[in-house]
Design a protein around this ligand. Sequence first.
Ligand SMILES: Cc1cc2nc3c(=O)[nH]c(=O)nc-3n(C[C@H](O)[C@H](O)[C@H](O)COP(=O)(O)OP(=O)(O)OC[C@H]3O[C@@H](n4cnc5c(N)ncnc54)[C@H](O)[C@@H]3O)c2cc1C
Length: 264
Amino acid sequence: MRRIESGKVLSNHKLAKGMYRMDISLPEISSEVQGPGQFISLTVGEGWQMPLRRPMSIASIENDSISIIYKIFGKGTVWLKERTSGEVIEAIGPLGNKFSLDKINGKEIILVGGGVGVAPILYLHDQLSKDNQDHLLIVGAVTAAEQFLEHSPKTGIHLTTDDGSVGEKGTVMTMLEILADKVENPYIIACGPEPMLAAIYKFTTEKGIEGQFAVESYMACGTGLCQGCVIETTKNISKEHTYHQKYSLVCSDGPVYDINAIRI
Ligand SMILES: Cc1cc2nc3c(=O)[nH]c(=O)nc-3n(C[C@H](O)[C@H](O)[C@H](O)COP(=O)(O)OP(=O)(O)OC[C@H]3O[C@@H](n4cnc5c(N)ncnc54)[C@H](O)[C@@H]3O)c2cc1C
């Protein structure tokens, strides 16, 4: 069940260039979380300074606290960066659906996280590791300063940087094409900026590979009321179909979709 809760900031620190992690005590919301892919939405600013909540994927849950990993983008995330331990933040959640692992059917999982899209992917990586489920992880960034994991191909963790300053040089696609070719029956689960998802979409469609995306579209209410976060689906493309049949709401139907169910 979805809840609104005021949570105490437990810690808020820099992970890498422009990337921060905040741990918030949210016992009620965390007790309702179903799994990786779900998100919370945070009230930022004072009064009506910034009326729209900011959706943030759940990056991990420990005891009663929820961690988020955020990238400084505009005034909302700058406000988050300035919060210190003990301050209170209002959250609504858990929101959205989770990655569906029962669709994988023995295929070999390749997780791909780019930029801030790494948060739900790391939560899933931790869960799969705890369940001793084999998988590979690719995390892409522009340069080494934006990476906070260790490049460790032996343990299945592959970093990529556009400038080659750590890990494989290139975008996540360079590594994804290599790994997808190496494993017998790949299944790709990804979250990241739209150009990254578009490149993976093209690749999986051409190769007939299945998978899931967590989509981080612009969003206002987070609960299906404002209808602001629509994404086009591959179903019901006939002109006679209504808006509601052609499109899906990322906040309440997503953010996780089968790759072949949406148009990127
Ligand atoms: C499901 C989901 C999960 C996310 N998870 C993360 C995460 O884990 N980490 C992370 O860093 N980011 C995440 N984001 C993105 C994050 O919510 C935005 O990056 C953040 O709101 C923008 O940063 P800001 O508040 O500093 O930007 P600002 O510039 O202060 O605010 C941007 C605001 O304007 C609105 N806005 C801007 N352009 C448009 C537009 N064209 N249409 C409608 N509204 C617009 C946005 O909704 C937002 O409220 C997620 C988004 C979604 C939908």
